[in-house]
Unconditional design. Structure first.
Length: 137
C-alpha cells in the first residue's frame, strides 16, 4: 500500500487530541456548573446547551476529519466507508424518527440539526474505529 503522508484531505493528526480535549473541557465545565448549582436561567434559555453542543460538534468534527499518523490507501478507504455509513445512518434515522412519532401517537417533530450532526459524527468515528480494528486483526 502507498503511504499518503502529507497528501490527501484532512486535518493533521494532532487535531484528534484537540477534539478530545475540547469535548472533555466542555463536559467538565458543564459538570462543574451543575455542581455549583449555577443558575442557568440568568442566560437566555438554551444558549448554554447550544454553545456546549456546538463545541462538542466541533470536537467530534476534528476527530472525524483528522488524518491518522500513517495513512495508507486502506485507511483512506475505511474512512470513506465510515462516512458513507454515517450518512446512510443519518438518512435512515430522519426517515424512521417521524414514523416512530406516528406509531407512539405523538406530534410529529423535526430532528434538530445539531442532534443529527452529533449522531452522524459519533457514528462515523465509531464505525471507523471498528472497521480499522477489524482490519488489524
Amino acid at each position: 500500500m502507498k503511504k499518503t503522508e502529507g497528501k490527501g484531505v484532512g486535518f493533521p493528526n494532532y487535531f484528534k487530541k484537540i477534539g478530545m480535549i475540547l469535548i472533555a473541557v466542555v463536559i467538565i465545565v458543564i459538570l462543574i456548573l451543575k455542581g455549583l448549582h449555577y443558575n442557568f436561567n440568568t442566560i437566555p434559555k438554551g444558549n448554554i446547551k447550544i454553545i456546549a453542543m456546538t463545541l462538542i460538534n466541533i470536537g467530534l468534527a476534528f476527530i472525524a476529519l483528522a488524518k491518522d499518523k500513517i495513512e495508507d490507501e486502506m485507511y483512506v478507504y475505511l474512512k470513506l466507508k465510515s462516512f458513507y455509513s454515517a450518512f446512510f445512518f443519518g438518512i435512515i434515522f430522519t426517515i424512521i424518527y417521524p414514523i416512530l412519532d406516528i406509531v407512539t401517537n405523538d406530534d410529529i417533530q423535526q430532528i434538530p440539526a445539531q442532534q443529527l450532526v452529533t449522531m452522524m459524527l459519533f457514528s462515523q468515528i465509531t464505525t471507523y474505529f471498528l472497521l480499522k480494528r477489524s482490519e488489524n486483526k
